[in-house]
Structures are given as C-alpha cells and as structure tokens.
Write a protein that binds this ligand. Structure first.
Ligand SMILES: *[C@@H]1O[C@H](CO)[C@@H](O)[C@H](O)[C@H]1NC(C)=O
Ligand SMILES: *[C@@H]1O[C@H](CO)[C@@H](O)[C@H](O)[C@H]1NC(C)=O
Ligand SMILES: *[C@@H]1O[C@H](CO)[C@@H](O)[C@H](O)[C@H]1NC(C)=O
Ligand SMILES: *[C@@H]1O[C@H](CO)[C@@H](O)[C@H](O)[C@H]1NC(C)=O
Ligand SMILES: *[C@@H]1O[C@H](CO)[C@@H](O)[C@H](O)[C@H]1NC(C)=O
Ligand SMILES: *[C@@H]1O[C@H](CO)[C@@H](O)[C@H](O)[C@H]1NC(C)=O
Ligand SMILES: *[C@@H]1O[C@H](CO)[C@@H](O)[C@H](O)[C@H]1NC(C)=O
Ligand SMILES: *[C@@H]1O[C@H](CO)[C@@H](O)[C@H](O)[C@H]1NC(C)=O
Length: 436
C-alpha cells in the first residue's frame, strides 16, 4: 500500500514536471489575449511539445512533425478551416508563420483589421498516425477600428493637474487595454526615452511643470499608427521669471527704456509688479508686463526686478542694473580736439626727452596716475546682478563692484582725463632739466 502510494506520487510529479519541456503533448501561448488597433502587426507567440518517440509493433520510432497549421475558430482546428497550413501554399499574404517544425509555433499577422477578430489556435500532426494535437483555448485577438487613445488615470476632474500630483497615462483602444510593451510614447512629437514605461502606461510619481505637454502613444513596429495628442495640463506657479531691457546697450540720459518681465506659468501670469532697489529700500515702481521709463535721468539708475503672479503662486526675477550715462555735450567737442592736440605735442616732446634720459621709477608713477583717473570715468551699463533676496545694504554696496566689472570708456569728451598726463609730463620735464 505504501509502495503503491509513493509510485502514484511519482507519476503525478512526473506529470507536473513534464509540461512543455517534458514528453507530453502540449501547445502553450504566453499571452492569451491581444488588444490592438487596425493597421498594426500582431505576433502571436507560441511553443509546442510532443513525446520524443512512439512505439509501433514494440519498436521505438522517433516522432517527427509532418504538418503545422493555424486556425481561427471557436471549435477544433482542422485542415479545412486553417488560415495557415504548412502543406499548402499560403493563401493570405499577411499571415506569416515565424515558427518551425520542432518547438516554435509563433505566428505573425500583418496589417490587422476588424475581420481578424477572433480566437486563434495552433494544431500539429506527426508521423504517428494518431499523433495530432490542437492547442486550446487559443489566443483571442481584439482589433479596434479606432486608433490608440491616451487617457489619464487620476482622481482629478477634467484632467487638469497640479505639480506634485501622481499621474498615470494609459494607452488603450477604447474597447481593450494592451498588456504588452509593444507600444512607444511620444511627448510633443519626440520619442520619450528617459522615462520608464510599463506595458501600456506612462507613470509620473510627482508630475512637474516640465511634464506639461502633448503626449501620444503608438505601435512600436509602426509609429505612424498613433493616438491623437493628449494634453497633460499641469498647472504651475511662475517659473524662470526674468527681466530684459530694450534697447540693450548704453542708456543715455533723456532716452526711453522699456523693461520687460517674462515668466513661464500655467495659467499665464496674471499680475506683474516692478520693484526698484535703492538706498531707501525696495519700492514698487509699476505694474504690467512692461515698465517704460521715458526720458531717463541719472536718478533712474539702480537695481530693478519684477514679480510675476498667477493663482498658484508668485516668483521674483533676479535684478538687473540700470545705469544711465551722462549725455554727450556737442559743445565739448572743440575743447576735446584742442586737448588731444596738446596731448600729442606733449607726448612728442616727452618721447624726445625720454630718449635722452629714462628713469624707470618715474614711469611707474605716471602709469598709476593714469589708471586711477580712468576708473573715475568708467560707466557700467546693464548688468544682470544678484538675487534681490539679499539684503538692501549688500545690494547698494555691490553697485560699485558691478560698474567696475563692465568697463566702458565713455569719457573721451572729458578733458580731465588728459590733464594729469600733461601735468606729469611737465613734472618729468622739469625733473629732467633739474637733473641735467
Ligand atoms: C504603417 O502604418 C501606416 C498606416 O496604417 C501604413 O500606411 C504603412 O504602410 C505602415 N508602414 C509599415 C512599414 O508597415
Ligand atoms: C466564439 O465565441 C465567442 C464568445 O465565446 C462568440 O462571441 C463568438 O461569436 C464565437 N464565434 C463563433 C464563430 O462561434
Ligand atoms: C475536410 O473537407 C473534406 C472534403 O470536403 C472532407 O472530406 C473532410 O472530412 C473534412 N475534414 C474535416 C475534419 O472536417
Ligand atoms: C520563436 O520564433 C520567434 C520568431 O522567429 C522568435 O521571436 C521567438 O523567440 C521564438 N521562440 C522561442 C521560444 O524560441
Ligand atoms: C489607476 O490605475 C491603477 C492601476 O493601473 C489603479 O490601481 C488605480 O486605482 C487607478 N486610479 C484611479 C484614480 O483610477
Ligand atoms: C499641444 O497641442 C495643442 C493643440 O492640440 C497646441 O495648441 C499646443 O500648442 C500643443 N502644445 C505643445 C507644447 O506642443
Ligand atoms: C512690451 O514691450 C514689447 C516690446 O519691448 C512689446 O512687443 C509688447 O507688446 C509689450 N507688451 C505689453 C503687454 O505692452
Ligand atoms: C518679491 O519681492 C517683494 C519685494 O521685496 C516681496 O515683498 C515679495 O514677497 C517677493 N515675492 C516672492 C515670491 O519672493
């Protein structure tokens, strides 16, 4: 009794272990349902198995597969209803057998239509007269007449999301959900490569403003079989707020300047506010996207920044420095010419004298004087500066730094620039004379 029991246990174990890899008759389909849209190519994966040998008149004979076929049927597959039969010429060009006569029975159907809807079964026959097997229950193919669709799986109404929401986009046909990874995703027409997709979904743990855009899914094998665009509408507070200045470049006293505030926000920015920082503190100087300063004077010089606001929040830009340069006075021009001529003659006489005698320490002191004078006449222009979040004192102190960093020589009209040169000239001349 004990022996009998263990023997039957052995038999059961062998039965379980066999399956496709053992010696039993079997057809196995890894996927039982396939959901797709019209025009796609479908691959029905399939493998099969049969005993290695059979016995005829107590002689062992090797099993060989003689015929393989596929049917579309609810009942048993036979040669009269087959859609593919290795014994016949293929009669439908779009049905391609990718398998073989050993273990693989994979079938491909190209350019599927609704008439291809149904249940597909594989059948094979061997050299054993009784050796035939149909793989039940088969694979159900559902082909949708409409293209792929994208929908969002979320709790929000009307598919509008806020930053931080968890969002899952799903690709489906309207009648079924594909369970494969034979789909590919696009954002604004570009393939998405940097994001993990699982089966037919695209998941955002915490959606960000950068995810805002139009999404579509398509068949990997033929990306022209695509869904319409799905707009992932992520609402967000203003980002990348910045100020630009028009005209750019040097700003002369009396001219007109427009500062424009730009920001990325959804919904678009509702209010723009302008601020000016001065020694008196931060003052609001206007509203609206543009701040126009007509007939600027040196009093308009300073740090400006804007704030952008929508119903989800606000953001301030970094500050720009507006430096108004003194207007050039045409009356100064003749004076300048005279000064230049004087300078040249002074230079010539200096060079002549220097050829006679050169004192290096004297030269050094001349150069220093020149540099200092030049600095006095250096004007900065528009310089994007630090963040206004810093303290007021800092910002005022930094103004000098900023001006030095953009060196513009606007001062050629100012005679003072040339004078030190002459004076030191004289000194050196005198000195030379004394030394002689
Ligand atoms: C891709 O699909 C389109 C639309 O169904 C079809 O016109 C085209 O021939 C297909 N291309 C390939 C390579 O299958
Ligand atoms: C096959 O079965 C399905 C449901 O099981 C049914 O909808 C369909 O009409 C059947 N097809 C045929 C040809 O009998
Ligand atoms: C297939 O058709 C032939 C001839 O029409 C018939 O003799 C045969 O019995 C059919 N086979 C099956 C399995 O129905
Ligand atoms: C069967 O053949 C198909 C097509 O050639 C191939 O993609 C698949 O990997 C094969 N399956 C197995 C189990 O070898
Ligand atoms: C979204 O899909 C997942 C599984 O795909 C499901 O568990 C979840 O309940 C769905 N959420 C909503 C809001 O439909
Ligand atoms: C998304 O599509 C809509 C029209 O469907 C279009 O107005 C919008 O500009 C598109 N957005 C992007 C980021 O391409
Ligand atoms: C702001 O100024 C720019 C030119 O600098 C102009 O194109 C734009 O229309 C102005 N915007 C508003 C709201 O006035
Ligand atoms: C923008 O700057 C103004 C003036 O300093 C301040 O009152 C406001 O709180 C700032 N806004 C943000 C969002 O930092």
């Amino acid at each position: 009794m004990g022996v009998e029991y263990s023997l039957s246990l052995w038999g059961m174990t062998l039965l379980i272990l066999s399956g496709v890899y053992g010696s039993d008759w079997a057809v196995s389909y890894p996927r039982r349902t396939i959901c797709t849209v019209r025009g796609s190519s479908v691959i029905i994966r399939c493998s099969y198995n049969y005993p290695k040998e059979f016995t005829v008149h107590s002689q062992s004979v090797q099993h060989k597969v003689t015929t393989v076929m596929w049917c579309k049927t609810n009942t048993t597959c036979n040669e009269n209803i087959s859609i593919y039969n290795s014994d016949n010429e293929p009669f439908r060009q779009k049905i391609v057998y990718l398998g073989n006569k050993q273990k693989n029975c994979t079938l491909m159907i190209n350019d599927v239509e609704e008439i291809d809807n149904g249940r597909y079964k594989f059948r094979f026959q061997t050299n054993n007269p009784g050796g035939q097997w149909t793989g039940n229950p088969g694979v159900t193919l559902t082909v949708s007449a409409t293209p792929w669709k994208v929908k969002a799986n979320s709790t929000r109404k009307k598919d509008t999301f806020k930053e931080g929401d968890s969002v899952t986009l799903m690709c489906h046909t309207g009648s079924c959900f594909p369970t494969t990874t034979e789909l590919t995703w696009f954002k604004n027409g570009q393939p998405i490569s940097n994001r993990q997709t699982t089966a037919n979904t695209l998941h955002f743990n915490s959606v960000s403003y950068e995810d805002y855009g139009n999404y579509s899914c398509a068949s990997k094998a033929n990306t022209s079989i695509s869904s319409p665009q799905f707009s992932l509408d992520v609402k967000y507070s203003p980002k990348s707020t910045s100020v630009s200045v028009s005209p750019s470049g040097q700003i002369l006293e009396g001219s007109s300047v427009t500062l424009t505030c730009r920001s990325n926000a959804n919904p678009p920015v509702k209010n723009y506010i302008w601020f000016k920082m001065s020694s008196a503190g931060v003052q609001e100087t206007g509203q609206g996207q543009n701040l126009t300063l007509a007939e600027v004077s040196s009093g308009d010089s300073g740090h400006y920044f804007c704030g952008a606001q929508n119903k989800h929040g606000a953001e301030n830009s970094t500050a720009v420095v507006l430096a108004v340069a003194a207007k050039q006075n045409p009356a100064v021009l003749p004076v300048v010419l005279v000064v230049i001529l004087l300078s040249i003659s002074a230079l010539v006489s200096y060079i002549c004298l220097k050829r006679k005698r050169v004192d290096p320490s004297e030269e050094e002191s001349n150069r220093n004087t020149d540099t200092e004078e030049t600095k006095d006449h250096t004007y900065g222009n528009m310089v994007p500066s630090h963040n206004p979040k810093r303290t007021q004192e800092q910002s005022v102190n930094e103004e000098d730094d900023v001006n030095y960093s953009t060196v513009h020589f606007l001062s050629k009209t100012t005679p003072r620039n040339e004078l030190p040169f002459e004076e030191t000239e004289d000194a050196s001349v005198l000195y030379s004379i004394v030394r002689t």
